[in-house]
Design a protein around this ligand. Structure first.
Ligand SMILES: Nc1ncnc2c1ncn2[C@@H]1O[C@H](COP(=O)(O)OP(=O)(O)O)[C@@H](O)[C@H]1O
Ligand SMILES: [Mg+2]
Length: 294
């Protein structure tokens, strides 16, 4: 058995953890980047995607995707369509490409969660800077503006001054950005990250920051916590709705209860690993093995 890992950096922390977890189990692994793949049409279908001598469909039992990475629109759409093609031809991919697409777009994620009655913040999205200013007032004049496809807290800003809001809206729409505005949910300086694998939260933490943004990559400190069964089932349901077999679910504890702000289909787990005894890479690999057998 051989498992493939698509990653930008095979020596990155998470990839190294996965490699170790597979070595322990005597499972062969192969790491590659999207740029190293060749896709073929109207050949032998089994030769549809290859990496050097490796024929992905024939030689691998599963593919684990790490972050798809930044890229041009052309690169990203090609990468996603390549994953869809592999999946149609029978490849087990974790996370499934559809779930990666859904969770990349914060608007799409919240829509699907809301449609299944999960708690999400009031949010408005528009391409028009004039409309955005109306929405800013509708949302109480205290909003978080986020990049639609953002991650790690980069580029998110809290704005409560209409003049500053106007300047930002005009600048973003001038560069053809989408204006994604969300009510500010008071949550102190911490939130919850739940790490879902399959039907379970395998580990979770509070992320305690010095400011309202609680991304570990921005310096928030992980603090171990065991979630209530309600919060665990909220996180698992959210992952299921998006179609993720594993996910990092971000939950704010707002004044009216928990609120899901986003769901990451390619979560890192270095911060979380530092506060839990459970070996998360082992859990991921065991899960992938169980899916291969299923
Ligand atoms: N609506 C909000 N109100 C208050 N804080 C928020 C809100 N949305 C996000 N945050 C804070 O900002 C962080 C980053 O936002 P998030 O939506 O998770 O995007 P990213 O993809 O950048 O992690 C969250 O972990 C949370 O601490
Ligand atoms: Mg987040």
């Amino acid at each position: 058995m051989k498992i493939g890992i698509i990653t930008r950096n095979e020596y990155g922390w998470s990839s190294s953890q996965l490699r170790e977890a597979m070595e322990k189990r005597n499972i062969a692994s192969v790491f590659f980047r999207f740029a190293q793949l060749v896709a073929r049409v109207h050949y032998d279908p089994q030769a549809s995607v290859s990496f050097g001598e490796i024929n992905i469909l024939e030689d691998l039992s599963a593919l684990i995707t790490r972050p798809i990475g930044r890229g041009s629109l052309e690169e990203i759409i090609f990468r996603m369509n390549l994953l869809h093609r592999l999946e149609r031809l029978g490849m087990l991919i974790i996370n499934p490409p559809l779930s990666i697409e859904r969770s990349a777009d914060k608007y799409h994620t919240l829509c699907l969660l809301e449609e299944h009655d999960l708690p999400v913040p009031r949010t408005a999205v528009t391409e028009s800077s004039e409309e955005a200013l109306e929405c800013f007032q509708e949302l109480g004049g205290d909003v978080v503006i986020k990049p639609l496809f953002g991650s790690r807290g980069i580029g998110s800003t809290r704005v409560s001054d209409p003049d500053i809001a106007t300047r930002i809206f005009r600048a973003v729409s001038f560069y053809h950005g989408i204006l994604y505005l969300q009510e500010f949910v008071p949550h102190g300086v911490s939130d919850i990250r739940a790490f879902v694998i399959g039907d379970h939260v395998v580990a979770s933490m509070y992320r305690v920051a010095e400011t309202w943004k609680t991304n570990v990559s921005l310096g928030a400190k992980p603090v171990s916590t065991k979630l209530t069964s309600e919060l665990e089932s909220l996180a698992v349901r959210a992952a299921k709705i998006i179609g993720c077999k594993m996910a990092g679910v971000d939950i704010l504890e707002g004044p009216n209860g928990p609120i899901i702000v986003e769901l990451n289909s390619q979560p890192g787990w270095r911060g979380l690993q530092s506060v839990t005894k459970i070996n998360i890479a082992d859990e991921i690999v065991e899960f992938v093995l169980s899916e291969i057998k299923a």
